[in-house]
Each structure stands twice: as structure tokens, then as C-alpha cells.
Write a protein that binds this ligand. Structure first.
Ligand code: ATP
Ligand code: MG
Length: 250
């Protein structure tokens, strides 16, 4: 469960988030949509404190992340807590950021071995099963550069899954991919959604958001302009701004 309470975030004089609150419950998929610059990535990055909100709280399974100070001078309050919480959140970005000097299998095994200090044989079995699940089991011993973009992104998803995260965070995981490669990555994310994983997903793909989400949130100029079930948001919106956005996106 991810809960955001009244998040505010500015970069200098630019106010990007103006008071955002929402909850992604256990097993829910929440999608964030909105035009470029509306603050979607900033909001997602606030969840694991890659960006520190100027005010407001982030709670993971009811536990508030501790921050100290005020406003733009706010910082992590408890290094131990944030390390633990980050290790419970799986994050997949637009770019694949796999370690180039490690094989795909080694990439997936790194965090469970080094951070979680689990036993190698067990981790290896799990890592191979995870790679099978995302459809690249045969690539376990290849290096990232030897994989297509879609395969690399699926490896990044397998790596994030291997720590058995309580929540998966995705920031436009297919936007760097050609359309034909996009499909296989979306299929993997859909599979995770159907398994009942808690996810917060930034996407520009409205058809995908509609098919995968329990709830859709439309950000506009730093505020939630509209939120609800996909059918409501895409089919019965009253927001003129959302209608304009959807028309431009289709
Ligand atoms: P896109 O759809 O293009 O990815 P977005 O909704 O993810 O857009 P953000 O990346 O959250 O938007 O950016 C929101 C605003 O904050 C933009 O105007 C951006 O230029 C600004 N911004 C983001 N990160 C920083 C930063 N580290 N320093 C200064 N400004 C930033
Ligand atoms: Mg973004």
C-alpha cells in the first residue's frame, strides 16, 4: 500500500506538485497520466524519495518515511529506514539501466545476493524462473548489449521483481522502445497486474492504462484534475482539460 498525503514539490520557483494525495491499495494498479511536464515522474520519484517533497508525507504499508527540515531544505531523516524501504520498492525507468559488465542473470541476482544477503543457489533458481516468466530465459548468460531494447527492459523488470517488492513503480517503461518491442513489455506488466501486484505506473499509452488499471489519475499543472475507474476517466469524464488531453493523445 502506497499513500501520499498533500505532497508539494517545487524546483526553485517552479511549483511542480501542488498538494497531491492518493492511495494505491494492496493489489491495485494506479496509472498516472497527464501532459509532458505535469509532474508525473516527479511524483513517482517522491514515492521512493529520489525527490524529496517540500511538504507532505509518503507512507508505505502505513509507515511514514521520516524526513527532517523544512521546504526545499528537507532531507532524508533516517538513512536506515530509507534503505530498507527502497529495497522493498521495485522501480523500472524509461531507460533500462542494467549493469553493462554483468550478464543478465548476474544483473537479476545482484540485489538479492548483495543487499538481501540471500543464498546463491536459491537466488539463482528464482532469478532463472523470473527470466523465464518475462520470456528471456534463454538470454540469462548474455550481456545487456547483446539484447534488444524490449529484452533489456524485461530484464530490468525481472531484476526489480527478484527482490520481491511490495510495490512496483514504473515510469514510462516502454517509451524508449519501438512499437513492436513495446507489446512484449506491456504483456509482462499486464501479467503482473493480473497477479495482483501493487503498482504505480506512469504511462502515455491510454489503451494500456485503460486495460491494466484499477484507477487512473490525471495530473494537470501539479494537481489531480480527475481520478477514477478507467471507464469513468476515459469514457465519462466531465473535465474539459482531460478531454483535450485525451483527444491530443489519440
Ligand atoms: P514527461 O511526460 O515529459 O515525462 P512529467 O509529467 O514526467 O513529464 P516531470 O519530469 O515530473 O514531468 O517534470 C515536471 C516539471 O518539473 C518540468 O517542468 C520539469 O522541467 C521540472 N523538473 C523536473 N525535475 C527537475 C529538476 N531536477 N530540476 C529542475 N526542474 C525539474
Ligand atoms: Mg516523466
Amino acid at each position: 500500500v502506497v499513500e501520499l498525503r498533500e505532497l508539494h514539490k517545487s524546483f526553485g520557483a517552479l511549483e511542480v506538485l501542488k498538494g497531491i494525495s492518493f492511495t494505491a491499495r494492496e493489489g491495485q494498479v494506479v496509472s498516472l497520466i497527464g501532459s509532458s511536464g505535469s509532474g508525473k515522474s516527479t511524483l513517482l520519484r517522491c514515492i521512493n524519495m529520489l525527490e524529496i517533497p517540500d511538504s507532505g508525507d509518503v507512507l508505505i504499508d502505513g509507515e511514514a518515511i521520516v524526513l527532517k527540515g523544512n521546504g526545499q531544505g528537507r532531507s532524508i531523516g533516517d538513512e536506515h529506514q530509507i534503505r530498507r524501504i527502497r529495497s522493498e520498492l521495485g522501480m523500472v525507468f524509461q531507460s533500462f539501466n542494467l549493469w553493462a559488465h554483468m550478464t543478465i542473470l548476474e544483473n537479476v541476482m545482484e540485489a538479492p545476493l548483495v543487499v538481501q544477503k540471500r543464498a546463491r543457489p536459491e537466488v539463482e533458481d528464482e532469478a532463472r524462473a523470473m527470466l523465464d516468466k518475462v520470456g528471456i530465459g534463454a538470454k540469462a548468460d548474455a550481456y545487456p548489449a547483446q539484447l534488444s531494447g524490449g529484452q533489456q527492459q524485461r530484464a530490468a523488470i525481472a531484476r526489480a521483481l527478484c527482490i520481491n517488492p511490495r510495490v512496483m513503480l514504473f515510469d514510462e517503461p516502454t517509451s524508449a522502445l519501438d512499437p513492436e518491442l513495446e507489446v512484449e513489455v506491456l504483456r509482462v506488466i499486464k501479467l503482473l497486474a493480473d497477479e495482483g501486484r501493487t503498482m504505480v505506473l506512469v504511462t502515455h499509452d491510454m489503451d494500456f492504462a485503460r486495460s491494466v488499471s484499477d484507477r487512473v489519475i490525471f495530473l494537470h499543472q501539479g494537481l489531480i484534475e480527475e481520478e477514477g475507474a478507467p471507464d469513468q476517466v476515459f469514457g465519462a469524464t466531465k473535465s474539459v482539460r482531460l478531454k483535450q488531453f485525451l483527444n491530443a493523445a489519440s
